[in-house]
Write a protein of this length. Structure first.
Length: 287
């Protein structure tokens, strides 16, 4: 099966029910093959993945599969078998990508990494938010259904997997303890703090003080806003696949957000992602 844009591997997987997945083999150091189910790792933009694919290439080599106009990179990184890809931006893009990870690559769990705008009063640029739950802030089928409720599912908040989120938060805390002060000095931010709580998603880049205020009024416990996480969480909920989302705060989602976002994405996002994912994957690979 070749997606538009061409395939680079004749063994590309075909989509099929999750109960009967196509089992992939994953390169690892020494050219052995890993049979353990992989972790899916995705981000919206290349900078948010940092050097993860290059680290995989150096450790095990990379097998790249083109599927649905996306490149999925298979290999072992920091001791853990993974499939790494870009979801691109927005809820539909995220849902399509995580569906492929589940059906075509049989991932054991999914982690989304990237940047977000800060919404909570205590959240500052450079802080890290690990989701306990995710919600679509632009979902509104009222008066037929309650605002934010996903029709026919009867719920608005989708929980991150508790164990996976705890492992991710632990990796974030280790990063802050070991490198937080140096990172703050290097990038001119305050020393980062790790938060756990609600992340909200919508198909808009929130970039005004009025927009932030509206989110705070409607969802007082929201810590951060982005454009993909809640869609991923809904798909994972429907297929029973554990997921977790980690976001570094690039801006405060106000009128300064566009310039702050671009600067942070270029200068800082990759460094944070590299440091957090390295700690998380090393711990996972040692299991």
């Amino acid at each position: 099966m070749t997606g538009e844009g061409g395939g680079r591997d004749d063994s590309q997987p075909h989509s099929q029910p999750h109960s009967q997945p196509h089992r992939q083999s994953y390169p690892q150091a020494g050219n052995a093959q890993v049979s353990r189910r992989p972790l899916g790792i995705l981000a919206a933009l290349p900078q948010e993945l940092g050097d993860l694919i290059e680290a995989m290439r150096a450790e095990s080599g990379v097998r790249t599969v083109t599927h649905g106009r996306r490149d999925y990179h298979l290999g072992t990184v920091h001791g853990a078998p993974c499939v790494v890809t870009l979801a691109r931006v927005g809820k539909v893009a995220a849902a399509a990508t995580v569906s492929a990870l589940i059906h075509a690559f049989d991932v054991e769990a999914v982690v989304f990494t990237g940047v977000a705008g800060g919404v909570g009063d205590s959240v500052r640029v450079g802080d890290i938010v690990v989701a306990n739950a995710l919600l679509q802030h632009d979902m509104d089928a009222s008066p037929l259904f309650a605002r934010f409720e996903v029709p026919l599912l009867g719920m608005s908040r989708f929980a991150a997997d508790a164990a996976l989120a705890a492992q991710l938060a632990e990796a974030c805390e280790r990063f802050v303890a070991e490198e937080g002060a140096a990172a703050a000095a290097r990038f001119g931010t305050r020393e980062p703090r790790v938060h756990r709580g609600l992340i909200v998603s919508g198909d808009q880049f929130v970039a005004s003080s009025a927009g932030v205020l509206a989110l705070r009024e409607a969802l007082p416990d929201a810590l951060a806003v982005e454009m993909e996480g809640a869609a991923l969480a809904q798909v994972c909920h429907e297929y029973g696949v554990p997921c977790a989302v980690v976001r570094t705060i690039s801006d405060t989602a106000d009128d300064h957000a566009p310039s702050s976002f671009v600067s942070f994405l270029t200068e800082i996002a990759g460094a944070y992602s590299n440091a957090i994912l390295a700690r998380f994957l090393k711990a996972r690979g040692a299991r």
